[in-house]
Design a protein around this ligand. Structure first.
Ligand code: XMP
Ligand code: MG
Length: 181
């Protein structure tokens, strides 16, 4: 039997489609900033490639910070509870903050982070997500910048993983539902 390769996984968004959309989002963020400074807060690890690419399309004085939350664990299922594993390095009081996430799914992660960050009284707090799965939402939360809205599919690549693998794929691909753990 032939072994399946990652190239057999269907491409949902190609690297070119991603690059074009990320550039559009960067221009939007730039416009909304009105010349003000920005703190980009990436949610590790999945958002790292998106943050890196998005930042290069934002024409402003931007700094980076990163947080990490408890994630999907090893498979596709979330445990439900969100825990902060790595906090911000710098205070965000009075700053324009953009949370950068790979996927807005149930909304548990971003609701938690939004509440946590608002306690610090930033000047503004916005959310950029590359992908949005609105059908999965458990918390009432929307992103200000959305790359692509998708149905309930499990995706990998461009930062997104399956058991920590495939984050480095340049395209976003569909994880076959029958793929073993
Ligand atoms: P929510 O919104 O449910 O999102 O708190 C939690 C985290 O789930 C991850 N997630 C995925 N990761 N492929 C992935 O690699 C997916 O299809 C997928 N759906 C959700 C995502 O990292 C988010 O931070
Ligand atoms: Mg994530």
């Amino acid at each position: 039997m032939a072994t399946t390769s990652v190239n057999d996984f269907e491409i949902l968004y190609s690297r070119d489609q991603i690059a074009q959309r990320v550039a559009e989002l960067g221009a939007q963020v730039t416009r909304d900033l009105n010349g003000e400074k920005l703190v980009m807060v990436g949610v590790l690890k999945g958002a790292a490639p998106f943050l890196a690419d998005l930042s290069r399309h934002i024409e402003a004085d931007a700094t980076f910070d990163f947080v990490a939350t408890s994630s999907y664990g090893h498979g596709r299922q979330s445990s439900g509870a969100v825990k902060l594993i790595k906090d911000l390095d710098h205070p965000i009081e009075g700053k324009n903050v953009l949370i950068v996430e790979d996927i807005l799914d149930t909304g548990l992660t971003l609701s938690y982070l939004r509440k946590l960050f608002l306690q610090q009284k930033p000047k503004s707090l916005r959310i950029a997500t590359l992908l949005d799965k609105p059908s999965r939402r458990l918390e009432k939360i929307e992103a200000d910048y959305i790359g692509f809205s998708i149905p309930n599919l499990f995706v990998i690549g461009y930062g997104m993983d399956y058991a920590e693998h495939y984050r480095n794929l340049p395209d976003i691909r569909l994880m076959p539902p029958d793929h073993p753990e």
